[in-house]
Design a protein around this ligand. Structure first.
Ligand SMILES: CC(=O)SCCNC(=O)CCNC(=O)[C@H](O)C(C)(C)COP(=O)(O)OP(=O)(O)OC[C@H]1O[C@@H](n2cnc3c(N)ncnc32)[C@H](O)[C@@H]1OP(=O)(O)O
Ligand SMILES: O=C(O)CCC(=O)C(=O)O
Length: 375
């Protein structure tokens, strides 16, 4: 692995905002507190924790999170409306995201306004928030479909009015890592503001795009546990952190050993169970059946594992089946105290393969013992 870099990366987790916007997902108040505490305990530095404009229940829930006194900074999501920001102030948070759609399609066909209105609204909302000593992220909704010159114009206004960072949103998940990289690089060259990337998974590239954004100079990556979020979801916290660590030599300082526990908790609380094959936290992603792989792993797990399963709280499974080889079979026989003549291993292996082919599955220990008994 390359030497660890010094670039600081800050994870801003939005499981409790964009994550809960997943159609049909609702966390109870207790679940929201538990998720916030777990994220805080593993070292996530900022939590986007809700939308005060939604009303009384959401505001009470945000206030309860503020009362926990977490280390993580709590941020709320707001439209560029003074009333939304007032609701946030009443919740006691110290940080807000003030969101404005930046693409012409959104400005004309959703907001039904003009670019001029967007600029004025940004000034009004931002100056109000700064007068109230809030840390402000300017959220650029649909940035990836917006005119870059217009974004840069807005960034100048944001800087003049004292914004703290700009959130570049690939709202529809249409970018790829190359386009994300060049867009963020261009922004980084045009502003002194910190940059955040908020990515969606519509084309399966949310994690890759978040990582590309960081590589291009963004300091913040927006994530959700298990990649929950609108439509196909957001960049998954566990994937972004492990990709930064193991693919980019950047360590965001998160305790990954609780990723599996956190993932299971959020999977249950969201009624969106995690697939056993989900990258990084799926129960069975460290399963090896193929003969050459099992042999390699038995000799040294690094032969076929990019990182150790224990790093994320998982375990390794060596599976016997259609693709198994001699070394994997011998190892399992040894573990089961099942002594057979070494000359018989190859013919037993043929039976293992036949069994798997016939039954379309891997063998349990009992299946293997039964085969040995009649061998
Ligand atoms: C890409 C994202 O994920 S952004 C976050 C989206 N999250 C959510 O929508 C979840 C929570 N939302 C809600 O509870 C509600 O939608 C509320 C409270 C925010 C607003 O509710 P309502 O007043 O009933 O309005 P509704 O949601 O139907 O319409 C949104 C209004 O906000 C306007 N709006 C949308 N985005 C913005 C913005 N960034 N700044 C200012 N106004 C905005 C729309 O143009 C529309 O205004 P209109 O009434 O003049 O047409
Ligand atoms: O505008 C923001 O701050 C975030 C909006 C969002 O969730 C998105 O664009 O996907």
């Amino acid at each position: 692995m390359a030497e660890q870099q010094t670039q600081e990366v800050i994870i801003t987790d939005t499981t409790l905002r964009d994550g809960e916007q997943t159609a049909g997902v609702v966390f109870s108040q207790q679940e929201r507190r538990q998720i916030a505490c777990m994220l805080d305990e593993i070292g996530v530095q900022e939590l986007e924790c809700g939308i005060p404009a939604m009303g009384r229940a959401e505001q009470d829930s945000i206030r309860a999170l503020v009362d926990l006194g977490l280390n993580a900074r709590l941020m709320t999501w707001n439209r560029a409306l003074i009333s939304d920001i007032q609701d946030s102030l009443h919740c006691g948070v110290t940080a807000v995201d003030i969101s404005l759609s930046l693409s012409d399609i959104h400005i004309e066909h959703k907001l039904k306004k003009s670019r001029k209105w967007v600029k004025e609204q940004l000034r009004t909302a931002l100056s109000f928030a700064k007068r109230h000593q809030l840390y402000v992220s300017v959220g650029g909704e649909d940035s990836s479909r917006a005119d870059m010159d217009f974004i840069i114009e807005l960034l100048q206004i944001a800087e003049q009015e004292g914004a703290d960072r700009f959130r570049y949103c690939d709202t529809l998940g249409i970018l790829n890592p190359m386009t994300m990289f060049s867009q963020v690089q261009q922004l980084a060259e045009s502003t002194n503001l910190d940059l955040e990337v908020h990515t969606h998974n519509d084309l399966g590239m949310a994690t890759a795009n978040a990582v590309a954004g960081i590589m291009a100079g963004a300091r913040f990556a927006s994530t959700t546990v298990n990649g929950l979020g609108e439509r196909a979801g957001n960049a998954a916290l566990e994937e972004v952190v492990m990709a930064l660590k193991h693919s980019c030599a950047l360590d965001p300082g998160i305790d990954a050993s609780r990723f599996t526990e956190l993932s299971r908790y959020v999977g249950q609380a969201s009624s969106r169970p995690v697939s056993p094959w989900k990258a990084v936290v799926g129960e069975r992603v460290f399963s090896h059946e193929s003969g050459l792989h099992t042999d390699g792993v038995l000799k040294n797990p690094e032969n076929y594992e990019g990182f150790n399963p224990s790093e994320v709280g998982l375990q390794r499974y060596l599976v016997l089946g259609k693709h198994s080889g001699r070394h994997g079979l011998e190892q399992r026989l040894l573990q089961l105290n099942c002594a057979i003549d070494p000359h018989e291993v190859n013919s037993l292996l043929t039976k293992v393969r036949d069994f798997s082919q016939t039954n379309k599955r891997a063998l349990s220990d009992q299946d293997l013992l039964n085969l040995c008994a009649i061998h």
